[in-house]
Ligand binder design. Structure first.
Ligand SMILES: NC(=O)c1ccc[n+]([C@@H]2O[C@H](COP(=O)([O-])OP(=O)(O)OC[C@H]3O[C@@H](n4cnc5c(N)ncnc54)[C@H](O)[C@@H]3O)[C@@H](O)[C@H]2O)c1
Ligand SMILES: [Fe+2]
Length: 384
């Protein structure tokens, strides 16, 4: 069996990484379009990037029309700004939302048409140079060939794919995640945990994704709670930034599974932040998945030190899932009910959500493959 392992062309990592980006930017073009959200502008994160661009005489425009729900019409707007202002490369500053939007804008600029027309197709072609500057330690989007965009015509979160979407440059500088508030830190950190665990237990996992996934899981158990309780802890922030990158590299090459498959429909219909809906599903989905590969879940228990000698594989696996749910509880992850979702409304939409989850293809990567009934049952159990 042979495997493919795709990564961004260059990763700059650690304190001061942003300044090192200047060398790459010089070769990217003459005018950048910076894709971001208004919070990043207010916090001064965009200013850190523009100051460095000014230093090397590269012009820029800023498109800050992205929010936590990147939608088809924002992609069209961003692409229009790029073309009208004669930009020739892209920089994203923000969490997964601006980074995903940058990739989608890159695709639309070159390939034309609405982003919705790429649903179900692989995105190919030579996109403009793209540089991702993540400000959350979560999505790993800086290292993935995926972009997730809301299709407002169909009310679904599209998972779009293509090696062409991989950024040329990923800048992982802890200066950016330091300002993330606890709720964002928690949700995005659990998103990274889901990427790593799903990548490790996916049918597509192989040696290199395993290495990245296990390393990410260990770091997240070591550092996420510290980042949550002490946002200024630089060492923990760096560890989480590395974990998110590693988890991204892992699932980029072995895919996510049941949690992400079931999470997107909740996000699309109820506007629950991505990491939070993953966290809400984590325990029930992993309990279901254990049976497909108890030994792999047991290995994760060993990696984080909750396996005890004499435990069987299923016991070790259960210990891991319990540790993961305990971590979610310590981060005060809300339930659907606490988030304000009406039970009857939710139950009434389960059939569509289950179908959308299956159609995304992600649940099919789980080693215990769920059918529609399994997915319906897990959705219902979220209100037990
Ligand atoms: N492409 C991929 O491989 C991939 C993987 C997982 C998730 N995603 C997608 O990523 C999106 C979610 O991204 P996200 O979880 O990073 O959140 P986000 O980008 O939506 O940001 C969440 C909120 O946190 C704020 N924020 C971000 N960084 C901050 C900082 N350093 N300080 C203060 N506030 C900050 C943002 O302004 C925003 O209000 C979803 O659309 C999801 O579907 C993509
Ligand atoms: Fe995710």
């Amino acid at each position: 069996m042979a495997y493919t392992y795709l990564t961004p062309q260059k990763v700059l990592l650690g304190e001061g990484a942003l300044a090192l980006a200047q060398d790459t930017w010089k070769n990217c073009g003459r005018k950048a379009l910076i894709i971001t959200d208004s919070v990043m502008v207010k916090l001064g994160n965009v200013g850190k990037v523009t100051a460095l661009l000014d230093e090397i005489g590269i012009a820029y425009e800023i498109y800050d029309g992205i929010n936590q729900e990147p939608c088809d019409y924002m992609i069209a707007e961003g692409a229009e700004v790029y073309l009208q202002k004669h930009c020739d490369f892209l920089i994203a500053v923000g969490g997964g939302s601006p980074i995903d939007s940058m990739k989608a804008i890159g695709a639309v600029i070159v390939l034309g048409d609405s982003i919705n027309s790429f649903m179900g197709k692989t995105i190919e072609g030579s996109l403009p140079p793209m540089c991702a500057v993540p400000t959350t330690a979560g999505t790993g989007s800086e290292a993935t060939q995926f972009t997730i965009i809301n299709n407002t015509e169909k009310n679904i979160k599209m998972l779009l794919k293509g090696a062409a979407l991989l950024p040329q440059l990923a800048v992982i500088d802890p200066v950016f995640t330091m300002t993330a508030p606890p709720a964002v830190t928690a949700a995005t950190g659990i998103d990274a945990l889901c990427h790593a665990v799903e990548a490790y237990t996916s049918i597509k996992a192989f040696s290199m994704t395993d290495t990245m996934a296990v390393s990410a899981v260990k770091r997240i158990f070591d550092s996420l709670y510290l980042c949550y309780t002490d946002g200024g802890n630089m060492e923990a922030r760096i560890d989480m930034a590395i974990a998110a990158l590693e988890a991204g590299m892992a699932f980029n090459n072995s895919s996510v599974t049941i949690i992400h498959g079931m999470s997107r429909p909740i996000g699309a219909l109820y506007h629950v932040p991505h990491g939070l809906s993953n966290a809400m599903l984590l325990e029930k989905c992993l309990e279901f998945a254990i049976e497909g590969c108890p030994e792999r879940f047991r290995e994760l228990a060993q990696a984080i030190g909750v396996y005890e000698p004499g435990m069987t594989d299923p016991e070790g696996a259960a210990a891991f899932v319990q540790a993961a749910s305990k971590l979610c509880k310590s981060l005060k992850i809300q339930t659907l009910e606490e988030f304000g979702i009406d039970k009857d409304d939710f139950l009434g939409r389960i059939d569509k959500m289950a179908q959308d989850a299956l159609d995304s293809g992600s649940p099919g990567n789980t080693r215990r493959k769920p059918d529609k009934e399994d997915i319906v049952r897990i959705y219902k159990a979220l209100f037990d």
